[in-house]
Structure formats: structure tokens, C-alpha cells
Ligand binder design. Structure first.
Ligand code: 5CA
Length: 156
């Protein structure tokens, strides 16, 4: 099992959840791919969109319903600092994940996170489990608790 996948599983167990991690035959690299693989609506896939905080130099995580797009200006206002592009190296260094498999949970260090309220409209949502082939199911309330995310309007 990949180290990234193990970190996600451990984070779920540590939070008292029973991990429901699925390995898919097809890629789950994008939200559309993941929705097709799971057989759910695209908004039921939680994207982990990462920016670089231009003041802190650290990553900022926006947990977004699969069909929504992060609005840069709104996201910066919510984060309280200008946001720039996070390159793959910064994402890997701070989260431990590679693009396409960035999970909302199981990061190397605590990450500042914000949650799109659209995600709260479902009983269960699915997110990347650390690889481009694995996803896990989680109740939105548990996702909030595990990530410490603040619910905010940052979509365009
Ligand atoms: N596994 C799927 C569904 S959970 C997934 O990870 N989707 S995602 O949307 O959370 O991650 C893909 C995102 O990575 C893209 O939306 C995009 O914002 C970001 N991305 C893609 N290429 C790059 C890149 N070169 N640099 C930084 N971010 C990128």
C-alpha cells in the first residue's frame, strides 16, 4: 500500500471512523473521473484545490464540490491574503501528496482549509485518498471535523 494511502487511512482511524477507501479500476485523477468511477454526481466529489498563501508561503486548501470552481478573488478574501499558484513541489512538501491524489486528510502537517457549503448538501461525499486511483467516503460533518475547515463562500 502506498505511504500516501496509509496516511489517509491512519487519519480516518485516528478520528474514530471506519475507513471506506475504494480502489478504482479507472483513474480518479479529476472530479469527473472520480464521479464516473464511484457512480455519483460530480458535486459529491470533494476536490482538494491548493493555492500558495503569498503572505505565509504555506499552502491553503479549498475543499470544493466537484462541479464548482474556486473564484480567485473570493478565495483570497476568505484566506485574508493574496493567493498564488502552488507548484507540485510545494504541494508535495506540505501535504505529502501528488497532484491528482491530494486528500483532504492525512497531511504531513496541519493545513489551513476552507469548505464549500455545497459539500454539506449530501449525506456522503467522496474525496481522494492519496493516489489517483483511490477515493474514500465520508460524511461532510466528519470531513469538517477532521480538516478543521471553515465553511466559506469562495466559489464563482
Ligand atoms: N482525485 C481527484 C478527485 S477527488 C482530484 O484530486 N481532483 S482535484 O480537483 O482535487 O485535483 C486536481 C486539481 O489539481 C485540479 O483541479 C487543479 O486545480 C490541480 N492541478 C492540476 N494540475 C496542477 C498543476 N500543474 N499545478 C498545480 N495544481 C494543479
Amino acid at each position: 500500500m502506498s505511504k500516501s494511502l496509509k496516511r489517509v487511512e491512519a487519519a480516518l482511524v485516528e478520528a474514530g471512523l471506519t475507513p471506506d477507501i475504494r480502489e478504482m479500476q479507472a483513474s480518479t485523477r479529476t472530479a469527473a473521473d472520480a464521479a464516473a468511477a464511484v457512480g455519483c454526481g460530480v458535486d459529491q466529489i470533494v476536490k482538494s484545490i491548493i493555492f500558495r498563501g503569498e503572505v505565509t508561503g504555506h499552502v491553503v486548501l479549498f475543499l470544493t464540490a466537484g462541479g464548482n470552481r474556486v473564484d480567485d478573488a473570493k478565495a483570497s478574501a476568505v484566506a485574508g491574503q493574496p493567493l498564488g499558484k502552488a507548484d507540485a513541489d510545494l504541494i508535495r512538501a506540505e501535504t505529502g501528496f501528488a497532484i491528482g491524489g491530494v486528500s483532504p486528510v492525512g497531511h504531513l502537517a496541519p493545513v489551513t482549509a476552507y469548505l464549500d457549503p455545497r459539500v454539506l448538501g449530501f449525506d456522503t461525499v467522496w474525496a481522494a485518498a492519496g493516489t489517483p486511483r483511490h477515493v474514500f467516503a465520508i460524511a461532510p460533518a466528519d470531513l469538517l471535523r477532521l480538516t478543521g475547515a471553515r465553511v466559506a463562500d469562495f466559489v464563482g
